[in-house]
Structures are given as C-alpha cells and as structure tokens.
Ligand binder design. Structure first.
Ligand SMILES: Cc1cc2nc3c(=O)[nH]c(=O)nc-3n(C[C@H](O)[C@H](O)[C@H](O)COP(=O)(O)O)c2cc1C
Length: 191
C-alpha cells in the first residue's frame, strides 16, 4: 500500500515539512506501507483557471506540471496532508493542488495534520468537507499539534513529538485500515 505525505506549505521557513518528515518516518515503521513525501514546491502549478472542471477532463490535463502531479497522485492508495492554518483556513497552495485534478483522488482515504492556535482544527475541518467532494474518505482521527509542541519541534527539542504518540498510533491504525479496505474495493471494480 502506497501512502503519500503532502507538505501543504511552500513558504521558505515553513513549519509543515517538519511534521511531514516525522509522520513519514512513523508510517514507514508500519509493515506493508510504502511512504513517499511530496513537496508542492516541486509542482509549481498555476492558479487553477481551466475552462473545464477536472472531474470532466478524463485525466487529460493541458498543463504539464499538473499532468505530472496527476501521475504522481495516481500512484498512491492513501494520503496524509499536512496543512498550515492561514486566517482560519487551510493553505491556498494546497487547495490549488486539490482542485487541479479529480479522479486521481477518488475512493482513497486521507488523514490530516494541522498546527497553530487550535492545532489547525479550523483548517482541518474545512479540508474534510473538500475531501468528501473529491470522493475521498477523510479518516476520523487527525493530528492537531498544539503550540507548545509546535515550539518544541521548532527549537529541535528531543522527544518533541512524544505528546502526540498515542494519537499517532490511532491515526495510522485508521489510515492503514481504510487504505487496505478501499484498495481492495477499488481492485474489485464496480460502481
Ligand atoms: C497569513 C498567515 C495567517 C495565519 N493565520 C493563522 C490562523 O488563523 N491560525 C493559527 O493558528 N495560526 C495562523 N498563522 C500562524 C501559522 O500557524 C504559522 O505561521 C505556521 O508556521 C504556518 O505554517 P507554515 O510555516 O507551514 O507555512 C498564520 C500565519 C500566516 C503566515
């Protein structure tokens, strides 16, 4: 089962890459998971401005970077999205990456990691709604990194992630379960 971890910030001094690298390592400890880190900096897509909705494009994307992004996303069976909270919403760069393609996301699970004043909860709740419209299955547990843990991670404290340990196991348990279930169902075919 292939899991992709998407870094949802492209700022030069972004925090997002830290928990993204960490969760990728945690997920790699699970047997049977092939985990890849995806950086939106590597996919500098234009702001979405196509005449047709990606749901109707049948996977044919005119922009070459978008086509590369689509091919990459197709490879995975499940996703972890790490998003900042900007003005109580998730990042625009992540929304753009979500909107550009469609069937590649369908019938696959996604788990979210957020951080900030309320652990990114407002951004993640919005992402859940968007995921449903992309025909994804957002898993119930999310990893909300509180400000004290954010500061400990930023200052490189050893064991900074320790307070997240129990939730991380539940998060990965659920992601693995849904990834296996939906992969099996997709392979069986049908509507
Ligand atoms: C434009 C902007 C808006 C922000 N709004 C919020 C917010 O609504 N809630 C919050 O908890 N933090 C907010 N912050 C602080 C971010 O959580 C913090 O800067 C975080 O590191 C951003 O993620 P990134 O470093 O991965 O880009 C905001 C930061 C920026 C740059």
């Amino acid at each position: 089962m292939k899991i992709q971890v998407i870094i949802g910030s492209v700022r030069p001094n972004r925090f997002a890459e830290k928990p993204a690298q960490w969760i990728a390592e945690e997920a790699r400890k699970r047997e049977g998971l092939d985990v890849e880190l995806l950086d939106l900096r590597d996919y500098p897509m234009p702001f979405f401005a196509e005449s047709m909705a990606p749901a109707r494009m049948q996977g044919k994307y005119p922009n070459e970077v978008v086509a590369q992004w689509a091919r990459k996303i197709t490879e995975a069976d499940g996703y972890i999205m790490v998003s900042p909270e900007y003005n109580h919403g998730y990042s625009a760069v992540l929304k753009n990456a979500l909107d550009h393609i469609y069937p590649e996301w369908n019938r696959k699970p996604v788990g979210f990691i957020g951080y900030g004043g309320v652990g990114g909860a407002r951004a993640i709740e919005q992402l859940r709604l968007v995921a449903i419209e992309l025909e994804m299955a957002p898993i119930r547990p999310a990893l909300h990194i509180p400000t004290d843990v954010y500061s400990a991670i930023t200052s490189g404290k050893p064991d900074a992630y320790a307070p997240l340990k129990a939730n991380t196991e539940r998060f990965l348990d659920q992601l693995v379960w849904w990834t296996r279930a939906l992969k099996t169902a997709r392979e069986q075919g049908g509507k």
